[in-house]
Design a binder for this molecule. Structure first.
Ligand code: PLP
Length: 425
């Protein structure tokens, strides 16, 4: 008998829903989550020692594959030197210099421990700098779980059909304007009406929390222009896309410079690291230089920073992103071909090391189109793949992630499994 259901039942006794982050619970696909014992390269092993090809990749960080020996060594060496000091370290300067050198829009940055902290503080900073209360976000975008951002959000909120969290008083979100992704007209109208009160726009420049949805041509450019025109700040939430879609995130691919950028996931290499950064004149409003407060006992933690630095170093290898993108493209195209051969309405999209799979003929360009995909088919496909040893995200509303260790053999094994799974649909 499998140990996974037994562990899940035990977990549910003391952990709400049995998990420490909602989507992990398999509630939207049914069944018991796989409890992971260890992971290496493209694989994870569950409590039964069953091996899976992993396309969750810790929801993004595992871009080098799991337990990369150089990252593990960096963590071990840092840990021996002490786990946390509450005083600055040289490694924090190194990671800040590395990130600032690679992302042109970032002059200065501050480290935190999660994406949620990064976006929450970036919003506070934008309000502090502009002296304005309102923020613009888009339906289906997820920016972590700070109160003012938990409105019509993506990720787990979308997965479980409660896009706005309970426990957030209406007064807390009265300054959050929620618009539709890729609808520039709505943004223009909002600025025409209340532009003098809008502190910032926060956007996933490629959305990855309502499945994968790319920006329409001109959308991000339009946001940049409107922010400049009205004196609002443009925040690119690149927590997922930063160092994932390319060496400079979406801003490197598009050439659009946001005023502030939020990062996490890849920059921690599997350890808790987040960051927000941008123009020096904006960042200098943060305490102790300025009046916008932010702090963290474990911010810039030496062990976490060591993992992040080792990861960033390995990402600068020549051809890294070309290889990652090529493998992701093979997966996405291969899945689409096999679905077509089986007569299953299906499409796939990809960018860098991220992909989306959709049970619809066309790649969706909006939350409405994502929501119109066939979720029942996704569930069947998810479980058919899981049984064959391929672990996709247990939700039709999440992007998938490929690592540099997903070589041709791994992709081929995935496509062979998919051929059989599609045939069953
Ligand atoms: C994951 C994610 C967050 C939240 O990051 P946490 O580290 O989970 O708090 C914020 N924004 C985006 C775009 C994300 O993908």
């Amino acid at each position: 008998m499998s140990r996974n259901p037994e562990l899940f039942e035990r977990a549910c006794q003391t952990i709400p829903g049995g998990v420490n982050s909602p989507v992990r619970a398999f509630r939207s696909v049914g069944g018991a989550p796989r409890f992971i014992k260890r992971a290496q390269g493209p694989y994870m092993w569950d409590a039964d020692d069953t091996r899976y090809i992993d396309y969750i990749g810790s929801w993004g960080p595992a871009i080098l594959g799991h337990a990369h020996p150089e990252v593990v060594r960096a963590v071990q060496e840092a840990a021996v030197g002490g786990l946390s000091f509450g005083a600055p370290t040289e490694a924090e300067i190194e990671i800040a210099e590395t990130i600032a050198a690679r992302i042109p829009s970032i002059d200065k940055l501050r480290l935190v421990s999660s994406g949620t902290e990064a976006t929450m503080t970036a919003i506070r900073l934008a309000r502090g700098v502009t002296g304005r209360p309102k923020i613009v976000k888009f339906e289906g975008c997820y920016h972590g779980h700070a109160d003012s951002l938990l409105v019509k959000a993506g990720s787990g909120l979308l997965t479980f059909g409660t896009p706005t969290s309970a426990g957030v008083p209406p007064e807390f979100i009265q300054h959050t304007l929620v618009l539709e992704y890729n609808k520039l007209d709505q943004v223009r109208a909002a600025f025409e009406e209340e532009g003098k009160d809008i502190a910032c726009i926060i956007v996933e420049p490629v959305a990855g929390n309502m499945n994968l949805v790319k920006p329409a041509p001109g959308f991000l450019e339009g946001l940049r222009e409107l922010c400049t025109q009205y004196g609002a700040l443009l925040i690119f939430d690149e927590v997922m896309t930063g160092f994932r879609v390319g060496p400079q995130g979406v801003q490197g691919l598009t050439g659009i410079r946001p005023d502030l950028t939020t990062l996490a996931k890849v920059i921690g290499g599997g350890m808790p690291v987040g960051a927000f950064g941008g123009r020096a004149d904006i960042m200098e409003h943060i305490a102790p230089l300025g009046g916008v407060y932010q702090a963290g006992t474990l911010s810039g933690n030496p062990v976490a920073v060591a993992a992040g630095l080792a990861t960033l170093r390995l990402l600068s290898a020549p051809g890294f992103y070309e290889h990652l993108s090529a493998q992701t493209a093979k997966l996405a195209q291969g899945l689409a071909e096999r679905a077509r051969a089986a007569g299953v309405p299906f499409s796939a999209d990809h960018i860098g090391g991220m992909f989306g799979i959709y049970f619809s003929e066309q790649v969706p360009t909006s939350l409405a189109e994502v929501s119109a995909c066939n979720v029942e088919r996704f569930k069947k496909f998810f479980h058919a793949m899981l049984i064959k040893g391929v672990h996709f995200a247990p939700s039709a509303f999440e992007a998938g992630f490929v690592s540099a260790t997903h070589d041709d053999a791994v992709i081929q094994a995935t496509l062979d499994a998919a051929e059989q799974a599609f045939a069953k649909l």
